[in-house]
Design a protein around this ligand. Structure first.
Ligand code: CTP
Length: 402
């Protein structure tokens, strides 16, 4: 699971820091790229030279190294965003408390606060410190952020006491991360492009042609995909839905042309693309610069066809990419959906039938039929869009991940 992944290893100042040289070796052997960030006190326990030699990358501990000849500062935001996942091991009670509080008094904390990736933490401290209600509350706090605890092990501690507090062994840390990714993050490492919502096509500065799409289905898919570990790029038309999930990068657009350009820009990097947006097929040929005045006569609006985003992406699709379209039909639903699947070169089409009040546009529930290029069919019964999103992804995962 870790092959090719970019891993930030944060090391804080505990005696178990000496074991992190071995952890770096294991991560490198698993095929990961590793960058190490030390807290100021971690440097007392393990040397940057050992860690940079093993990781084959520079090691960071400050914004600015006054001895460095290039005079450059280390960019905490770039480093945080670089990572596919972060491991903090050993994690002392002190740094754990800072993480729970969001304090940023050193470079490691600034990097941690800049990450958008899954974070794994392996506490290490003396047993009474570990048992203390403040520490336990901080562990719960970090878990509530979605971070994954790699529990301390029991045994002889550096203080001579026996009990829980030893950092998990490097092999255990690696196994916990691998197991967690395999079971809880089936889309970990995948880039997923999703588009959602309606598009607005300007008639004049105050009027537009639009549709009733709420963007709820696309947002539910984006949140489910992020929850499954994917990096999500959501191209969102004018819609009131929003998310705070850091793994979802939202690009807001208004017109079909803007949505087309944003999707085309992201498509080469996307492993999966799911186009759920209700794209306007036509736009006014000439949008007026000023508000149109009524004339007392019939108004004629000349419309021209918009580019078809799904069809364009279907034409560019590589063999290693999966493309999923949506189809909204009111008659001959299955037949029309299959026609769209073929003409737009999708791998799957999600068919919505807009003939029942509880499903489709604006509603919180939906019922769909998934049809594949190979003729497989998966009917998903009426349920909340949030649940349906997980089910759609589950079916795709079942068919398309090893
Ligand atoms: N789609 C698109 N670009 C367009 C029109 C549609 O990418 N200009 C995509 C939608 O996002 C959806 C699929 O094509 O994934 C089917 O959209 P739908 O509105 O059902 O069908 P259309 O292709 O627009 O055809 P029609 O309106 O004639 O049914």
């Amino acid at each position: 699971m870790l092959s090719g992944k970019k891993i930030l290893l944060g090391i804080t100042g505990g005696i178990a820091a000496y074991k992190t040289t071995y952890l770096v070796r294991l991560l490198i052997k698993a095929g990961a790229e590793v960058r190490v960030v030390l807290s100021p006190s971690a440097r007392e326990f393990v040397t940057p030279l050992s860690l940079s030699t093993l990781s084959k990358n520079p090691v960071y501990w400050a914004y600015y190294d006054k001895d460095a000849e290039d005079g450059l500062w280390n960019n905490h935001v770039e480093l945080g965003l670089w990572a596919d996942l972060m491991i903090i091991a050993p994690l002392t009670a002190n740094t754990m408390a800072k993480m729970a509080q969001g304090q940023s008094d050193n470079f490691l904390m600034a990097v941690y606060l800049s990450t958008k990736c899954p974070v794994y933490f392996a506490p290490a401290m003396d047993l009474d410190m570990y048992k203390h209600p403040a520490t336990q509350a901080n562990i719960e706090g970090l878990q509530s952020f979605g971070h994954i605890l790699i529990p301390a092990e029991s045994g002889e501690l550096a203080s001579g006491l026996e009990g829980q507090g030893r950092m998990a062994e490097p092999e255990t840390i690696l196994k916990t991360i691998n197991d967690h990714l395999a079971t809880n993050a089936p889309l970990y490492g995948k880039n997923i492009l999703i588009n959602a919502g309606p598009t607005y096509e300007a008639i004049d500065p105050v009027r537009f042609i639009g549709n009733r799409s709420s963007g709820k289905m696309g947002m539910a898919l984006a949140e489910a995909a992020a929850d499954y570990g994917a990096s999500v790029h959501l191209v969102l038309g004018p819609s009131s839905v929003s998310t705070k999930n850091p793994q979802i990068n939202i690009v807001r657009v208004e017109s079909t042309k803007e949505m087309y350009e944003a999707c085309l820009d992201q498509f080469p990097q996307a492993d999966w693309s799911i186009l759920s947006a209700a794209v306007s097929d036509y736009r006014p040929k000439n949008a007026a610069d000023q508000k149109l005045k009524k004339t007392g006569d019939t108004m004629h609006l000349e419309l021209i066809e918009n580019p078809d985003i799904l069809k364009t992406l279907g034409g560019l699709k590589r063999n290693d990419q999966l493309l999923v379209g949506f189809a909204l039909e009111t008659q001959n639903a299955e037949e029309n959906a299959v026609k769209k699947l073929n003409t737009k070169n999708c791998d799957w089409i999600v068919l919505n039938q807009a003939d029942k009040t509880e499903r489709g546009f604006g509603h919180d529930t939906n019922e769909v039929l998934l049809i594949s290029r190979q003729g497989q069919k998966e009917k998903l019964e009426l349920k909340p869009k949030k649940e349906l999103a997980y089910e759609i992804l589950d079916r795709l995962i079942q068919h398309h991940t090893d």
